[in-house]
Design a protein around this ligand. Structure first.
Ligand SMILES: NC(=O)c1ccc[n+]([C@@H]2O[C@H](COP(=O)([O-])OP(=O)(O)OC[C@H]3O[C@@H](n4cnc5c(N)ncnc54)[C@H](O)[C@@H]3O)[C@@H](O)[C@H]2O)c1
Length: 336
């Protein structure tokens, strides 16, 4: 699959390589015969045991190199590119998946979101310009669509009324990236991901949290009445789409979503069925920064990238529960 989309033998820089999505993208590129330089600062946004587990999978590949570095430091970013240039193996592309993610946490500490999501992106753009890297793929979010726009959300909608500092930093990075495309002809692909889930997922997100808590007989917090919906998208579909975005495209923004929104209450039932236990639900008022629903229009990714999601929600949850059961001895201890 990946062999059709990228030529093997290239070297890619992946930031956020120990992260949920970054580690899967790295794994797919390595499996296709490429080299990957991974950078991650092991941000304490959630339990780093998950990052260690993901890194262990990547370190099985001899063509994987890892640096525990922070992309918000411009000298660090310059050093990564310089080292690669000195070895005569410039990056075929940069895939920026490092970020402070998470809507609610961004309200508590917006500054850290600005330094990684905006300054970090700026440092990578400067390095692409200075070291002649021609391609940058970078992650944005469905949170940009905020509330009140007609669904399914199409990329051309006016996204200026975001509900959280997280979404605002992602919008800033999108706009900044355009200026670098315009000024320096860097080819830039931006992906607005829709609620990504799967094995070794993020413990601050619903699927991991509910799988763990239901498995261990702990209550699950449900904000609102359960009628919110999310366009849950399986991590392998996201990683495959991200890799398809490595081809020259100019400057394009793509939604990557499943186009199959699932009600929160239905998602809970599917998790219960796969775990084999009933959930104990604790209800809380809906958080104002949480959007009521997300739904991706994915026609652009289908037509320009030849991408479509392949893993239905039931199958993806089955895989995530399977991963949890295999790693339960430590995954049950992760703070959710
Ligand atoms: N998971 C989702 O549902 C989702 C949805 C929309 C957008 N996104 C975006 O996709 C990208 C990847 O998200 P994820 O779900 O894999 O999150 P993640 O938190 O698992 O991965 C991000 C990684 O970046 C690292 N990082 C943070 N700050 C850094 C810094 N300054 N320098 C170097 N590394 C740093 C973290 O340690 C982490 O391992 C992010 O840009 C996120 O905003 C994710």
């Amino acid at each position: 699959m990946t062999a059709q989309t990228v030529q093997p033998g290239n070297t890619y820089l992946i930031t956020g390589a120990a992260g949920f999505i970054g580690s899967r993208v790295a794994e797919m590129l390595l499996e296709a015969g490429n080299s990957v330089v991974g950078v991650d600062n092991f941000a304490p946004a959630y339990d780093v045991r998950l990052k260690e587990w993901r890194l262990q999978q990547l370190q099985k590949f001899p063509a994987f190199t890892y640096h525990q570095w922070d992309i918000s430091d411009p000298d660090v970013v310059t050093a990564v590119f310089k080292k690669q240039a000195e070895q005569g193996r410039p990056f075929a592309a940069v895939i920026n998946l490092a970020a402070r993610a998470g809507v609610r946490a961004s309200i508590e500490n917006p500054a850290v979101y600005i330094s990684t999501n905006i300054n970090g992106t700026l440092n990578l753009l400067n390095a692409c310009r200075d070291f002649g890297a021609k391609k940058l793929v970078t992650a944005s979010t469905s949170s940009l669509y905020g509330e009140g726009l007609p669904a399914p959300y199409v990329e051309s909608l006016n996204t200026e009324r975001m509900l959280s500092p997280y979404a605002a930093t992602k919008k800033a990075a999108e706009v900044l990236a355009y200026t670098y495309h315009y000024l320096y002809k860097i080819d830039i692909t931006i992906f607005r991901y829709f609620t990504v889930y799967g094995p070794a997922g993020r413990p601050d997100m619903m699927p991991f949290k509910f799988i763990q808590r239901i498995s261990e007989g702990r209550s699950i917090p449900v904000f609102g009445d359960g009628t919110q919906s999310r366009d849950f998208t399986y991590v392998d579909d996201i990683a495959r789409g991200t890799i398809l975005g490595l081809k020259p495209l100019g400057y394009e923004i793509f939604n990557l979503g499943s186009d199959q929104p699932v009600l929160l209450s239905d998602a809970i039932s599917i998790i219960e069925k796969n775990v084999g236990k009933k959930a104990v639900i604790e209800r809380f008022p809906r958080h104002p920064a949480d959007v009521a629903s997300t739904w991706a229009n994915i026609e652009k990714a289908k037509s320009l990238l030849g991408w479509k999601p392949e893993v239905p929600f039931e199958q993806g949850i089955h895989n995530a529960v399977d991963w949890y059961n295999k790693n339960r001895s430590w995954a049950s201890q992760i703070s959710t």
